[in-house]
Write a protein that binds this ligand. Structure first.
Ligand code: HEC
Ligand code: HEC
Length: 269
């Protein structure tokens, strides 16, 4: 007895008990954590859908219908997917205000967390493209030259060769792509907003999309190296020709007036 109690009071006894307790908790955690984490994800997801549904009822249902089925003021959102919501609300196009040729970009009025909730709710109505993860639109492994080639064949007819944008028919326009978030560029290709066609993975693979985004970043980024000369908005031969007309002719006229004035003076004296 004496021996045992002596051992009990051993200074290391407390430490041993503590270590054993830690090992037990660790084991218990390992055994139960994955299950409860999955469960937590699931409840977080259904909470997000609930919150999104509330936001939707207040801000979107008047045009898109209470269940997202659409009204005369807005199309059905069933099956458009989280990517369409993230793009439309994240660029300030939605909620739309006045009717017009094209819904313009406005100040974004929802936080990213709220946009995620709206997107979760719309995605729950019908399967559609999901919001891309960062590795899909990030610069790693992208081929800028290939991106430029793809951009010229698929996008330049509307957005111009360096993505500066341009007018389309009936008061519509393809906006400049300068300063657009890479995630939103990816989503625009996935979902084809308004008059833009969509480019699903069967038309432009994930790698193709990544290359195009890297190209746009290269031509529009801060570190842009202009090929030389004045940029003149990069609008091509028409604007550059106009520049030559206005400034070139203007200079010629100025010279002519100056010569005429001098000859008139010379005659007088
Ligand atoms: C004033 C009416 C109005 C309100 C409010 C509104 N929308 Fe829209 N929404 C429209 C119209 C109109 C379009 C179609 C634009 C087009 O394609 O020309 C549209 C298009 C969309 C699209 C694109 C659908 C597709 O096929 O890709 C999404 C996504 C969307 N709205 C989400 C929302 C969300 C989310 C809200 C609330 C935050 C909202 N909208 C509020 C009128 C509205
Ligand atoms: C037929 C013409 C057309 C083609 C081709 C086209 N787009 Fe667009 N694009 C548009 C129009 C119109 C809009 C504006 C839509 C809106 O405001 O909802 C747009 C919008 C965008 C936006 C959103 C910009 C912003 O300010 O939020 C991006 C990004 C974009 N396009 C990228 C591309 C890329 C990349 C390609 C090629 C893979 C492409 N587009 C091909 C017409 C086009």
């Amino acid at each position: 007895m004496k021996k045992l109690s002596a051992r009990r009071r051993h200074p290391l006894a407390a430490l041993v008990v503590l270590l054993l307790a830690l090992a037990c908790t660790g084991g218990l955690y390992a055994a139960f954590a994955p299950a409860s984490k999955a469960q937590a994800d699931e409840t977080a997801q259904s909470l997000a859908i609930d919150e999104g549904k509330k936001l939707y009822a207040v801000g979107c249902a008047s045009c898109h219908g209470t269940g997202g089925q659409g009204t005369t003021d807005g199309p059905s959102l069933v099956g458009v997917g989280a990517a369409a919501v993230d793009f439309q609300v994240g660029t300030g196009r939605m909620p739309a205000q006045q009717p017009g040729a094209q819904v313009p970009k406005k100040k974004v009025i929802y936080s990213q967390a709220e946009i995620d909730q709206l997107a979760a709710y719309i995605a729950s109505l019908g399967a559609g493209p999901a919001v891309p993860s960062e590795e899909k639109y990030g610069p790693e492994g992208a081929d800028i030259a290939k991106g430029g080639e793809l951009f010229r064949t698929n996008c330049a007819q509307c957005h111009n060769f360096t993505g500066k944008g341009g007018a389309l028919t009936h008061g519509k326009y393809a906006p400049t792509l300068e300063g657009v978030d890479p995630k939103h560029i990816y989503e625009a290709m996935q979902t084809g907003p308004q008059n833009m066609p969509s480019f699903p993975d069967t038309t432009l693979s994930e790698q193709n999309k990544k290359d195009i985004i890297a190209y746009l970043d290269a031509v529009n980024g801060d570190d842009t190296v202009e090929p030389g000369g004045l940029s003149l908005g990069g609008l091509g031969p028409v604007s550059e020709g106009l520049f030559a007309w206005v400034f070139g002719l203007g200079a010629l006229i100025a010279v002519a007036v100056w010569v005429a004035a001098r000859t008139a003076k010379a005659k007088k004296s």
